[in-house]
Design a protein around this ligand. Structure first.
Ligand code: TIU
Length: 220
């Protein structure tokens, strides 16, 4: 066990039970013409965290620890897309519509892919998820249980939507959760700040947060 400097207090990492979960680092959230941009967001904020996410992923790979990737996406026939989600937000392009990078947030389309710099390597688990949380309607819970994982480090986007939702789902399922501060981003800087504070408030009510360097120090 090793203590990682974190907020609101040190995170005691159990190396054999630790995995990294990279949430939704997809072209659809980070590039012009994708889902994030269709909602009216400045997607350049997301592209800027790629180097920090990359060094976190590479650190886990070097340490021989599991890296799990998630992708928010839907089946081509939209059978896993509730109308309440498709119609939300008055976007210029709705989920399933044809955009400049293919159909928005549809499994297998070019825009739905993980950014090439952060692409999964052979053997890494990729979870396609129809919700904001990565546990809802996916095999993630069972996979983690089979792997003997009890602690999750989180990176990805967006902090207050898919990352925070997944951390809350994980926390309720008994996982200890640690968010990598510079390896997550929101379209709204004030929401990122608030989400980080919410997660670690009340004695780590949802989990811990830590700097990428401190996490890397703890796993090497
Ligand atoms: N819109 C927004 O902030 N996020 C999402 O729709 N999905 C994720 O956070 N991945």
């Amino acid at each position: 066990m090793v203590d990682i400097a974190a907020e609101p207090f040190d995170f005691t990492a159990k190396r054999d039970e630790l995995a990294l979960v990279v949430i939704d680092m997809q072209r659809d959230f980070a590039e012009p013409g994708g889902f994030g941009a269709s909602l009216g967001n400045d997607v350049s904020r997301i592209a800027r965290i790629v180097p920090d996410v990359k060094r976190l992923i590479e650190g886990f790979r070097r340490a021989g620890l599991p890296v799990i990737h998630t992708m928010e996406c839907h089946k081509p026939d939209l059978s896993d897309l509730p109308p309440a989600k498709r119609n939300r937000g008055r976007p210029s392009l709705k989920i399933g519509d044809e955009g400049p990078m293919g159909r928005i947030l549809i499994s297998g389309e070019p825009g739905t892919a993980i950014l090439p710099e952060l692409a999964p390597v052979d053997g890494e688990i990729v979870i396609e998820k129809p919700g904001k949380g990565a546990f809802y309607a996916t095999p993630l819970g069972g996979i983690l249980q089979e792997m003997g994982i009890s602690q999750l480090v989180f990176a990805g986007v967006t902090t207050e939507v898919c990352v925070q939702t997944t951390m809350r789902e994980a926390n309720d399922r008994g996982f200890e959760c640690l968010l990598a501060e510079e390896a997550t981003e929101s379209y709204f800087p004030e929401f990122k700040r608030a989400a980080i504070e919410m997660i670690r408030a009340q004695g780590a009510i949802v989990g811990w947060t830590a700097r990428v360097d401190d996490i890397l120090k703890g796993i090497t």
